[in-house]
Design a protein around this ligand. Structure first.
Ligand SMILES: Nc1ccn([C@@H]2O[C@H](COP(=O)(O)OP(=O)(O)OP(=O)(O)O)[C@@H](O)[C@H]2O)c(=O)n1
Ligand SMILES: Nc1nc2c(ncn2[C@@H]2O[C@H](COP(=O)(O)OP(=O)(O)O)[C@@H](O)[C@H]2O)c(=O)[nH]1
Ligand SMILES: [Mg+2]
Length: 199
């Protein structure tokens, strides 16, 4: 896909990264943000799972990586996000990018190819909470990575690769940390406050 031209860049406003651990409640909160603010929600995991479902050759390679809880090649996921952003650039009020960046380099490349985010939302959840929620979700999600062994690997990778992303953006003053331990609505009121602070 071609690089985003200036015209597109000007229209890409309010890029919000949602970066937190697996099972911390990103997907749940993103739905509520879309309902209240009308932002375009792009879940990097969902984009990858759609490619897997398509049965393409690339999808098969991705499935093998995701089943192990590892990160797919950086360009693959960034190209998918960019393509989806270009498709919505003319009409979107803002983009909520869920599950990205997963490592500092993903954040750096996003800025080079797309632009700087205005906010990074981070739901702070205890490992114990994340594991409990994922195991419960695994009873019905049908996701091949919602099993005990892969959950452990995803958490390890989160602490190793993704937590440094938060420190990276903290240096820029755009991180809003949200406590996950309350109810979905209590968490959402903190999320909404952070988004309202952008205005
Ligand atoms: N930027 C991203 C996003 C996702 N993935 C791959 O896709 C999988 C699933 O991602 P996601 O749906 O975001 O899962 P989690 O955050 O682990 O869990 P959740 O659905 O609970 O958010 C990851 O484990 C990883 O293999 C990736 O490599 N790079
Ligand atoms: N108790 C509680 N459970 C939640 C909350 N948010 C999400 N969950 C549950 O935790 C699981 C993981 O949530 P999900 O939104 O898929 O998290 P993600 O992995 O970060 O996208 C789901 O089964 C949700 O029902 C919350 O605020 N409180
Ligand atoms: Mg999710």
């Amino acid at each position: 896909i071609p690089p985003l031209d200036r015209c597109h860049c000007n229209k890409i406003i309010n890029v919000i990264h949602f970066t937190c651990g697996p099972g911390s409640g990103k997907g749940t909160q993103c739905e509520k943000v879309v309902a209240k603010y009308g932002f375009t929600h792009l879940s990097s995991g969902d984009l990858l799972r759609a490619e897997v479902s398509s049965g393409s050759e690339r999808g098969k390679q991705l499935a093998a990586i995701m089943e192990k809880g590892e990160l797919v090649p950086l360009d693959t996921v960034l190209d998918m996000i960019k393509e989806a952003m270009i498709a919505k650039a003319d009409t979107s009020k803002g983009f909520l990018i869920d599950g990205y960046p997963r490592e500092v380099r993903q954040g750096e490349e996003f800025e080079k190819k797309i632009g700087a985010p205005s906010l990074l939302l981070y739901i702070d959840a205890k490992a114990e909470t994340m594991v409990k929620r994922l195991m419960k979700r695994g009873e019905t999600s049908g996701r091949t990575d919602d099993n005990e062994e892969t959950i452990k690997k995803r958490l390890d990778l989160y602490y190793k690769a993704t937590e440094p992303v938060i420190a990276f953006y903290e240096g820029r003053g755009i991180v809003r940390k949200i406590d996950s331990e309350g109810s979905v609505d209590q968490v959402f009121s903190q999320v909404a406050k952070a988004i309202d602070s952008l205005k």
